[in-house]
Design a binder for this molecule. Structure first.
Ligand code: FCB
Length: 404
């Protein structure tokens, strides 16, 4: 139970492309320019240079962990050419986290890849697994004292993003406005292609093996959990089919892992024809999804069941809102569901909130998920009350507000 686990991780999450800035060698740098309705990541929030300040703010608030990613496009700017200076940069990040008392949780692949990798054929090319393996092997050189490594972030979301590769290798730019925001126009994400599922599972298992051979870290991957449900009893079979294809298949592949990263934000209804677009509602978040902090409990329980009891690390949970008091309420409610799941005996190792900073939400800047606001002209950081609140919960291990 988290309240009795002294090493329970209380932290915040990020990903390199969303915060570092000028990730010019990545496929995403290209996609942003091609997709008609995307904004550019540009300098992002310059965390490549300001990571120490970001981590210090988290530590000062009382958090004990920081999840960040290593950017493949920087580590390997050309096929087979590895940058020692960049590896040293990420090593300094690990050292900084340790110095501040933050347990680093390191992600190896978070949606972005080197542009050359996609040009070479990407995930469906013959070299995919060998390329990823070579990158992971080099990164392991700096991971000797890291305890938590996530191989691939949200393979189930990423399987869909792979469609954007056609923007680099072909002429067709896919017809959607954004991968992570659900507009109120009836658009829902398609099911992952079976070949994408297959290669991502292969890639995860290959990376897992390399991390196990070269480090003493616990290794797993992080799966987007949609907390799906049937909108009516007669649609139960369709719901189970959708849930299997969109998430269970990825969780089953985590059965031999040391942990599974649970990432939950909201719920998703399934009807006779599949996923039902979120109807407009005044409570919807800035990404068009219903306000459902209870989705975290649903997600934890489902991941626990499908993996057959693989320890759980909540690697993302949060809300896109411009009203920070809603974020505080969301966190408190979500954590009640986490505590209840822990009280029922589910082995939960930590809670990492998405996100540490307001950041580049994959083509858009408006949905703000951060515990810390950033002025994008001065890069000045301003911690929000939600950061202090999460820090207080981390120290007191309870969501009951302290007296006085
Ligand atoms: C998840 C991603 C993360 C961020 C949040 C809001 O799908 O892993 O990068 O976009 O959603």
């Amino acid at each position: 139970m988290p309240r009795s686990h002294n090493d329970f991780l209380w932290g915040a999450s990020s990903s390199p492309h969303q915060i570092e800035g000028n990730n010019v060698n990545s496929d995403w740098w290209v996609y942003e320019q091609q997709m008609p309705n995307f904004s550019l990541s540009g300098d992002a929030v310059d965390s490549y240079h300001r990571y120490a300040e970001d981590m210090r703010l988290l530590a000062e608030a009382g958090l004990t962990s920081y999840r960040f990613g290593i950017e493949w496009a920087r580590v390997e700017p050309l096929p087979g050419e590895f940058s020692i200076a960049v590896l040293q940069h990420y090593r300094r990040m690990i050292d900084t986290a340790h110095d501040l008392g933050l347990t680093p949780v390191v992600t190896l692949h978070h949606f972005s890849s080197p542009r050359w990798f996609i040009e070479e054929g990407g995930w469906f090319g013959e070299t995919a697994i060998a390329r990823l393996s070579a990158y992971v092997t080099r990164v392991c050189e700096i991971l000797h004292d890291v305890q938590w490594v996530a191989t691939i972030n949200e393979p189930n979301m990423y399987a869909f993003m792979m469609l954007m590769a056609s923007g680099i290798t072909g002429s067709v730019v896919p017809e959607f406005e954004t991968p992570t925001i659900q507009p109120e126009n009836g658009f829902v994400l398609p099911r992952p292609l079976p070949e994408a599922v297959e290669v991502l599972i292969k890639a995860h298992h290959a990376a897992r093996e390399i991390v196990r051979q070269n480090t003493s870290a616990k290794v797993g991957w992080t799966v987007a959990n949609l907390a799906m449900y049937a909108d009516a009893p007669e649609n139960e079979a369709r719901f189970l089919e959708e849930r299997y294809a969109r998430e269970d298949v990825f969780m089953e592949a985590a059965r031999g892992d040391d942990f599974i990263g649970v990432q939950a934000y909201t719920t998703q209804a399934v009807g006779a024809d599949g996923l039902i677009p979120h109807p407009p509602h005044e409570d919807n978040t800035l990404v068009g999804s219903p306000y459902r902090p209870d989705s975290l409990g649903i997600a934890i329980r489902h991941a626990w069941e499908v993996t057959g009891g693989v320890p759980i690390l909540v690697t993302e949970n949060g809300i896109a809102t411009a009203d920070d008091s809603r974020r505080v309420a969301y966190i408190e409610e979500a954590l009640k569901h986490l505590f209840a799941a822990a009280d029922d005996g589910i082995d939960i190792r930590g809670y990492l909130h998405w996100s540490a900073l307001d950041n580049f939400e994959w083509g858009h800047w408006e949905p703000t998920f951060g515990l810390i606001a950033v002025d994008r002209t001065t890069f000045e950081r301003t911690p929000k009350p939600s950061l202090a609140r999460l820090g207080e919960i981390a120290r007191t291990r309870t969501t009951t507000p302290s007296e006085g």
